[in-house]
Design a protein around this ligand. Sequence first.
Ligand code: JFZ
Length: 446
Amino acid sequence: MTSRIIPPTPTETAEERDERLKWWREARFGMFVHYGLYSNMEGIYQGKRVAFDGAEWYQERTGLSSPAYEKLTTDGFSVLEDAAEQWAKLAKDAGCEYVVLTTKHHDGFCLFNSDSTDFSTKNLINRDIVDEFVQACRKYGLKIGFYHSVLDWHHPQYDYTKSTLLPYPTDERARVDGIKRDHSKYQEYLHHQVVDELLTRYGKIDIIWFDYSAMDFDGDEAWKSVSLTQNVKKKQPHIIFNNRLYRRPEGGFSGQEVDDFTDQMDPRYGDFVTPEQHIPPQGLGNVDWEACVTMNYNWGYSKLDTDWKSSDELIQSLCDIVSKGGNYLLNIGPKKHGEIPVESVERMTEIGDWIKTNNEAIKGTKAGPFKTLQEWGRISTKPGIWYLMIFDKSALIELDLSTPVKDVSLLGNKEAVEWIGSDEKLTIDAGKLSESLKFPVLKVVF
Ligand code: JFZ
């Protein structure tokens, strides 16, 4: 490994950065879409579930070579005429403010028309799915995010030998062993696709979500990240980007005992950090973060993965993340033709129904006022306002105050709320709130 190049400090001022990140910080909720050739397999290989998770890593999970993978997954691949429209509409109904689509995943297959490869929907089915996606998002007033894998299992010059930690399909490894590769050719390809194609041809793009780097291969060495980032910013100065062009935290993106994003919590590496399948228990202080999460165990659709989280759990996760100052990027993995699994539609719709009533407690709010979490639920805040998002409707809520309360009301409901307030304490018996409400939200005004 050559010595790491520390990317230059961004030239924008703190105020400019705040302005650029404003909509994203207020949004709080977005939808992730994992769709690609692997979706055509629906997580099944030779009649069996290909793996517990990682249906989108189908090529790696099966060990198929690129030609074998291509042959199997392109067979019968077709996309519903209005697939992108369905994804965008669901995001809107769910109360999302933005959607992030996999323009290319690790298998290298492009959902867009590219000058530099035939491995795309354009060549296969004469469709530019990215274009359709962009149009659909604009129709529904959603901000647009492009996920783009910097790993590429298909490009002939992508040199997997440079990292022992980034995955590469086993048979592919055998197939190409001994072949000299020029990784700089791959870097050119990557830059061209991101800067000259994805960020040039589709108008204003709001987020670029790169994926991903390893401890032994990242940043400028791996992706020429300094010029890539500069050129991205030149094309789309307002764009917001994650930090996965740089190495991930020591413990991985998920489940680490301590949320060690310390060497990543720096604007030089990106605008936000990306805990994955994991909500940092104490939040991440002043760092912008977005937890990306699946509804079952897989990002790509997996027919036999029927272990769906309940809508209640997902709504509670949203409240939890918002109460800790993060964003929630909740995934759908459309089926082979782009149809959204009915389970995902149900859950997104139920979240949307809850948000319709309680939008005010989510959008534009900041983390709660207390370090210790409340057992009965979560709190988000705006200046002079606390939103108590109640999970346990039998709880007796007691909160320490530093300013006396002026008023307490129930979002989406006119019924009067009984509360007892002194200068130091607010007491509310949640058991007296209307029975029918799911996760009621009390608005406390100071
Ligand atoms: C990555 C992808 O591999 C995955 O398919 C999905 O797209 C997800 C959103 O992002 O997942 C990763 C990447 C790296 C690690 C874990 C999950 N890691 O290094 O711990």
